[in-house]
Ligand binder design. Structure first.
Ligand SMILES: [Cu+2]
Length: 154
């Protein structure tokens, strides 16, 4: 596959990263997202497109999960393709009310406990901040993109 990939110059890093490096080698893209001090940045999301290939919407029925447990969301950052349906199961013994005011997805789920599961379709590109109306410290992000997504692990 030598020469199959050409870097288009679009890369976006989500989080607090101040520096990143990208290498393209014969069909493989290696990305490293670091903080200014060079240490790994957890929860970074890198999106990229491939020359000549259109955007990549999710296949119909694609699902992802954002759990509510111990008064926290899990995962902290959830990368999804546009069109993905995200389930919000509540694993706590008390109720949560998930919402977002982000331009890419404004919504407010009902107040519910287990075993109910709220759902939302993320159909616009962008970073969506999630909160809970009951527990102010609950915070998580859904990164919706039409491009290829990879989440970096520190
Ligand atoms: Cu809550």
């Amino acid at each position: 596959m030598s020469g199959a990939f050409r870097w288009l110059g679009r890369i976006s890093a989500f989080g607090w990263g101040l520096g990143f490096a990208v290498n393209c080698l014969a069909g493989t893209i290696n990305a490293t997202v670091t903080k200014a001090d060079g240490s790994p940045l957890s929860d970074a999301v890198v999106s990229f497109s491939v020359a000549g290939q259109p955007a990549v919407p999710a296949k119909a029925g694609t699902k992802a999960v954002m759990i509510q447990e111990d008064k926290q969301f899990s995962p902290f950052v959830l990368p999804v393709q546009i069109g993905t349906t995200v389930d919000f199961p509540n694993h706590d013994t008390f109720r949560h009310q998930v919402y977002s005011f982000s331009p890419a997805k404004r919504f407010e789920l009902k107040l519910y406990g287990a075993p109910q599961v709220g759902t939302q379709i993320f159909d616009k590109e962008g970073v969506v901040s999630l909160g809970c109306n009951i527990h102010d410290n609950m915070l998580a992000y859904v990164c919706a993109s039409s491009e290829h997504l990879r989440q970096m692990r520190a």
